[in-house]
Design a protein around this ligand. Structure first.
Ligand code: NAP
Length: 273
C-alpha cells in the first residue's frame, strides 16, 4: 500500500534547520516519507544548507535524494531545478508544491510590497512549478501534483493575514481548474489543506504575530483553537500528501483533503449549556 517505488518526486521547500529536531517542517516530512515509500526525491529549497540536512537524513535511511538551491518565485530558478531533475532521472512522476509563508496584516495595514511578496511566494510559485512540470507529465501521460494550501484559505482563523488567506484560497481553485484541464492527460492534481500545525515555521510566526506574549502562550492558544485540543504535525500533512500521490488515489483529482483536527467543521463559538 502507498508505495512509490522508482517514482521521481520533485518537491519544493524541503529544508530543515536542525537535523536532530523532532519538530519537522512539512516539506521535510513529505520528502522523508516519500523516500521511505521508495520515491527518488529531488528537492529545491531557498537555503542549500537546510536542504542538505534533509538529504542527509534521507540518505542515512538508505533513500535517494538530491537537492538544489532554488527560489520558487523565479521562473529561471524553477526551470533550472526542473531541468536538473530531468537530466538526472529523465522524468517527473510527482510534484509537491510546499513552499509558503504567512505575513500579518489587513488591507489597510499590509504594505503593497508585502502583498506582492505573498502573491509571489504562495501563489506564483505554484503556477511556476506547474508551468514547467505539467508539459513533462503530459508527455509522459502520467503524473500526480499536490499543493499545500491552508485552512486560512477557507476560513478566518483568528488573525489578520489577508495576503496568505487570499493566496491559499487561490491555490485550491488553481488546482481544481487545472485538474479538470489535465484529467484526460493522465495527470492528477489535488490539494492538502493543513490546519494549525506545530512546525519550525509556527515557532517563527510568534515573532511576526505576537506583540507581547511568549511562544508558550501562543502555542497554548493554538492548541485551544482545535476541537481535538492540539495542533497537528508535519507527518499528518505528509500522510495525506502520500495518499493523494499514490496509486491508491488513482481516481481522485481536483480534490482537497483537510487535515485540521476538526477546526473547519466547527463554528468556534460553543454554546454554554
Ligand atoms: N505550519 C503550519 O501551521 C501550516 C499550516 C497550514 C499550512 N502550512 C503550509 O505548509 C507549507 C510548509 O510549511 P512549513 O510549516 O513546513 O514551513 P517551513 O518549515 O518554514 O518550511 C518552508 C520551507 O520553504 C523554504 N522556502 C522559503 N522560501 C522559499 C523560496 N523562495 N524558494 C524556495 N524555498 C523556499 C524554506 O527554506 P529555508 O530552509 O531557506 O528556510 C523552508 O525549507 C507552507 O505552504 C505553509 O503555508 C503550514
Amino acid at each position: 500500500m502507498l508505495r512509490l517505488d522508482g517514482r521521481v518526486v520533485l518537491i519544493t521547500g524541503l529544508g530543515q534547520q536542525d537535523g536532530k529536531s523532532n519538530v519537522w517542517g512539512i516539506g521535510a516530512a513529505i520528502a522523508v516519507l516519500f523516500a521511505r515509500q521508495g520515491g527518488k526525491v529531488f528537492g529545491g529549497n531557498r537555503s542549500f544548507a537546510s536542504a542538505m540536512v534533509t538529504k542527509n537524513r534521507i540518505e542515512k535511511e538508505g533513500g535517494v535524494c538530491d537537492v538544489m538551491e532554488t527560489d520558487v518565485t523565479s521562473s529561471a530558478s524553477v526551470k533550472t531545478l526542473v531541468d536538473a531533475c530531468m537530466k538526472k532521472h529523465g522524468r517527473i512522476d510527482i510534484l509537491v508544491n510546499n513552499v509558503g509563508r504567512s505575513e500579518p496584516g489587513c488591507p489597510a495595514t499590509m504594505s503593497e510590497e508585502v502583498w506582492d511578496s505573498q502573491v509571489e511566494l504562495n501563489l506564483k510559485s505554484v503556477y511556476l512549478l506547474c508551468h514547467h512540470v505539467l508539459p513533462i507529465m503530459e508527455a509522459q501521460g502520467s503524473g500526480a501534483v499536490v499543493s499545500i494550501a491552508s485552512i486560512a484559505g477557507m476560513r478566518y482563523i483568528g488573525k489578520p493575514q489577508v495576503g496568505y488567506s487570499a493566496t491559499k484560497a487561490a491555490i485550491m481553485q488553481f488546482m481544481k481548474a487545472t485538474a479538470v484541464i489535465y484529467a484526460e492527460k493522465g495527470v492528477r492534481l489535488n490539494t492538502v489543506v493543513p490546519g494549525l500545525m506545530d512546525t519550525p515555521y509556527t515557532k517563527g510566526m510568534v515573532a511576526r504575530y505576537v506583540k507581547d506574549g511568549g511562544s508558550e502562550e501562543f502555542m497554548k492558544m493554538r492548541n485551544q483553537q482545535v476541537p481535538m485540543a492540539r495542533m497537528g504535525d508535519a507527518w499528518d500533512v505528509a500522510n495525506a500528501a502520500l495518499f493523494l500521490c499514490s496509486d491508491e488515489a488513482k481516481y481522485i483529482t481536483g480534490q482537497k483533503i483537510v487535515v485540521d483536527g476538526g477546526i473547519t467543521s466547527f463554528t468556534g463559538k460553543p454554546l454554554k449549556l
